[in-house]
Design a protein around this ligand. Sequence first.
Ligand code: G6P
Ligand code: MG
Length: 213
Amino acid sequence: MNNIKACIFDLDGVIVDTAIYHYKAWRRLANSLGFDFTEQQNEQLKGVSRVRSLEIVLQAGGITKTDAEKDQLAAQKNAWYMEMVNQMTPAEILPGAREFVQSCRDAGIKTALGSASKNSMTILEKLQIVHLFDAIIDGNKVTKAKPDPEVFLKGAEALSIEPKYCVVFEDAIAGVEAAKAGGMKAIGIGDPKVLYEADLVVSGLNEMTLDKL
Ligand code: G6P
Ligand code: MG
């Protein structure tokens, strides 16, 4: 992996661990509908959009809802999720994340955020790291969810860097696939057995150094 000119970071599971808050909010929603939702089932929601996540949750409970009801349920889940997000502090940034993004910038490598979350900006503000990214592409700016490469291609475009010079950091299989589909390198954050399509897998950004790029 040489000639890397830009690093594009997923948010949830890479910079911060919001999965637990997503899980608590989805479980509360499932419980309000009369069924339980396990942490294992929640694994299927990582990297998946809000609308698609709701469909998976409803399916788990064997429940069908109209589109209008789905809109209302997704809004309710998001309200419960945001109650937790609004309590977040910079202490929740994952180990090594701030330091690695900063070391990229110090080395003249451009940085972008590429996340499916429509709440990315609020989370970055809570963590006080908005200034660490030259471009922020979130769920409000894309129409196609990962594994479609749209979010990362828009990131590369915003940075004016060709995809082949970009590397994406991702904890979700769909995200690694999106990076590869966009002609970019992918570094997986997590288990190499799960993220085997990535060019390299590390357990967290605390294990990343510029010479691994
Ligand atoms: C990320 C998370 C998903 C979440 C999605 C949308 O990809 O990994 O679990 O569903 O963002 O997040 P939002 O904040 O817009 O509901
Ligand atoms: Mg993620």
